[in-house]
Design a protein around this ligand. Structure first.
Ligand code: ADP
Length: 263
C-alpha cells in the first residue's frame, strides 16, 4: 500500500489536473487563513471547482471564516465535505467537539492529513488549497511527502522581521523540491480618509521576501499582490463570508481577486 492506502491520494495521480496550493506563513496572525478562504472563494466565483483542506490543526479557523457549522457526512467509506460558497471544505475542527484544542504530534498529524486527502471525497477539483499551520512544522513536511506537486504560497506582512521568519517557511521548499508559486503581502497599508496610505507595518517585506526566495530556490518567485488592511476583511471573516463575496468593491477584495487570477 502506498501513501493513503489502496485508494491513494487522487491529487497526486498521474494525469490529475488539480492545482494544489499550500498556503504557508512564518508566524501566526499574518492573514494566512484569510488569504486562503478569499482565494478559494474568488476562484469558485469564477466557476472553478475548488476545495480547502484546513491543515492548521492547532489553530483551525477555516470553518468559521467560511461560515460552516455543518459536519462532514459519511457515505460508505467516504467522507463528504461541507460546501460553502461553492467551496468544499474539510477541517480538523469538524471532528472535534466544541472548540477543543488539538494536541496531536507529528505522526498523528501526518495520518490525519493523509486521511483527509484520501478519504474525503472532493471529486474533480481545479484547485485545492491547504491552509498550513504557521512555521516550518511537521505538517509542511507531511504535505511535501503526501503532495509533492503542491506549490507553496507564502503570506507575510510588510515588516522586515516577518519576512525573515516567512523566508524559513519558504525555503523549506528547497529541501522538498516543491515549487514556490509566489509571495503574498498582507496588511500592506491602511487607506486613510484623505486617500493617503498609512504603512502601519512598514513596507517592502513582500518584495524582499520574493527576492530572497527567488535566490534560494533558483527560479523567479513573484510577489503576487499586496493586500491592504480593511475592516471589512476582518468583518467578513468574523461573519463567515469572505470579503471577496461580502464587499467585492473594496481594495482588499480586489487585491485578493488579482492574486487569484494570477494563480
Ligand atoms: P493567520 O491565518 O495567519 O493566523 P488570520 O487570517 O486568522 O491569520 O488573520 C488574523 C486576524 O487578522 C483575523 O482577525 C483577520 O480577520 C485579520 N486580518 C487579516 N488580514 C487582514 C486585513 N488585510 N485587514 C484587516 N484584518 C485582517
Amino acid at each position: 500500500r502506498g501513501p493513503g492506502g489502496q485508494r491513494g491520494i487522487p491529487f497526486t495521480k498521474p494525469g490529475s489536473l488539480t492545482k494544489v496550493y499550500a498556503v504557508a506563513s512564518g508566524k501566526g496572525g499574518v492573514g494566512k487563513s484569510s488569504v486562503t478562504v478569499n482565494l478559494a472563494c474568488a476562484l469558485a466565483a469564477q466557476g472553478l471547482r475548488v476545495g480547502i483542506v484546513d491543515a492548521d490543526v492547532h489553530g483551525f479557523s477555516v470553518p468559521a471564516l467560511m461560515g460552516i457549522d455543518q459536519k462532514p457526512t459519511q457515505v460508505d467509506d467516504m467522507i463528504l465535505p461541507p460546501v460553502a460558497y461553492g467551496v468544499k471544505v474539510i477541517s480538523i475542527g469538524m471532528f472535534v467537539a466544541g472548540n477543543q484544542p488539538v494536541a496531536w504530534r507529528g505522526p498523528m498529524l501526518h495520518r490525519a492529513l493523509e486521511q483527509f486527502l484520501t478519504d474525503v471525497y472532493f471529486g474533480d477539483l481545479d484547485a485545492l488549497f491547504l491552509d498550513l499551520p504557521p512555521g516550518t512544522g511537521d505538517i509542511a513536511i507531511s504535505v511535501a511527502q503526501l503532495l509533492p506537486n503542491a506549490e507553496i504560497l507564502v503570506v507575510t506582512t510588510p515588516q522586515a522581521a516577518a519576512a525573515d521568519v516567512a523566508e524559513r517557511a519558504g525555503t523549506i521548499a528547497t529541501q522538498t523540491g516543491q515549487k514556490v508559486a509566489g509571495v503574498i503581502e498582507n496588511m500592506s497599508y491602511l487607506e486613510m480618509p484623505d486617500g493617503g496610505r498609512m504603512e502601519l507595518f512598514g513596507s517592502g517585506g513582500g518584495a524582499i521576501l520574493a527576492e530572497r526566495l527567488s535566490a534560494a530556490v533558483g527560479s523567479d518567485v513573484p510577489l503576487l499582490g499586496q493586500i491592504p488592511l480593511d475592516i471589512r476583511l476582518r468583518e467578513g471573516g468574523d461573519a463567515g463570508k469572505p470579503v471577496v463575496l461580502a464587499a467585492p468593491e473594496t481594495a482588499a477584495a480586489k487585491a485578493m481577486e488579482g492574486i487569484a487570477s494570477a494563480l
